[in-house]
Design a protein around this ligand. Structure first.
Ligand SMILES: C[S@@+](CC[C@H](N)C(=O)[O-])C[C@H]1O[C@@H](n2cnc3c(N)ncnc32)[C@H](O)[C@@H]1O
Length: 299
């Protein structure tokens, strides 16, 4: 009886949540509101990754999401002795993967979405890794962590949400040891170029996405301003590269070729996605960039 009423409450929350978020052009949710609503109803069949995937050599959503976690670990030069901070860990798929493949000494995760923290902790405990992966509820812009205590800070497709990215860069610099490394996979925008109608469409598309996915206006960065912000925060050896051709269009093509991949999503979320999949992927994502950024705290 009790579980029936809980299920009914969740059904109603999801129904009105998606109605508000996807069908009302002005409907906006907080970051926690978005991820509580999406919960585990995303694309993966095996895990609960929420990133868009690195599709260079991947054939499935699960492979692509894991490949993005692998690419970030490679860019971070993640190794066995490392003490790591992972900001925006989702359901901790990447932390479990990094432990399996690179076995860092310790990972401390920070995540603002409490329902994700709860489930992620259960998954980590289920793998017997609670002594090496500590998952905290909190914001990457105000880390409840000591200064100069970590070798690496990693953020897998989360920093675009942070309010603001610059505050996070300052916190990352603080918690890193001298010589420590920051590595981020992040969504940004392409520079606005071309005829006025093209620039207008770019502006509209980017700002619609910003509004819907709760990206603060201060995070309106392209690749160059991203690098400048990292340098201004005090990082050196800053590198920011675009991998967009291995992210947006291949994901779009994979979903268009196999729309049944959308089946795990809420039915109200599937409809707009099915419409978008009828369009050309390059056009849909023409305003967006996908960046891999690395930077070092001066020794
Ligand atoms: C697109 S999901 C990516 C999750 C995960 N990294 C993955 O690849 O599956 C973005 C994540 O960032 C988290 N997040 C957003 N804002 C945050 C903040 N200020 N501090 C910590 N985590 C945050 C969200 O809760 C969510 O887990």
């Amino acid at each position: 009886m009790r579980s029936d009423s809980v299920a009914r409450r969740i059904w109603l929350r999801d129904f009105f949540g998606y109605l508000w978020w996807f069908y009302n052009p002005f409907g906006k949710l907080s970051v926690e509101g978005i991820y509580t609503l999406v919960h585990t109803n995303y694309l993966g069949e095996k895990g609960h990754y929420l990133n868009l995937g690195y599709w260079k050599d991947a054939a499935t959503v699960d492979e692509a999401c894991e490949a993005m976690a692998g690419l970030l670990a490679e860019k971070a030069e993640l190794q066995a002795s490392d003490h790591v901070v992972d900001v925006g860990f989702g359901f901790a798929d990447q932390d479990l993967y990094w432990m399996r493949t690179r076995s860092p000494a310790r990972i401390v995760g920070l995540n603002i979405t409490r329902s994700q923290v709860e489930l992620a902790r259960q998954r980590v405990a289920g793998e017997g890794l609670s002594d090496r992966i500590e998952l905290l509820a909190g914001s990457a812009t105000s880390m409840p962590l000591p200064s100069a205590a970590f070798d690496k800070v990693l953020g897998l497709e989360s920093a675009f949400h942070f309010d603001t990215r610059e505050d996070f860069f300052a916190e990352a610099l603080r918690v890193l040891r001298p010589g420590g490394r920051l590595a981020l996979a992040d969504v940004a925008r392409l520079p606005r170029r071309g005829a006025w109608h093209r620039r207008f469409l770019h502006w509209y598309s980017w700002n619609f996405y910003r509004w819907k996915y709760c990206v603060p206006p201060e995070n309106d960065d392209d690749r160059d301003s991203y690098a400048r912000k990292l340098e201004a925060a005090g990082f050196v050896d800053v590198k920011v590269e675009s991998i967009r051709e291995h992210v947006f269009a291949p994901l779009h093509h994979a979903l268009a070729a196999n729309p049944t991949l959308l089946r795990r999503m809420h039915f109200l979320a599937r409809l707009p996605y099915n419409l978008i999949l009828k369009l050309d992927g390059e056009r849909v994502y023409f305003a967006y960039d996908y960046l891999i950024a690395t930077a070092v705290k001066p020794a």
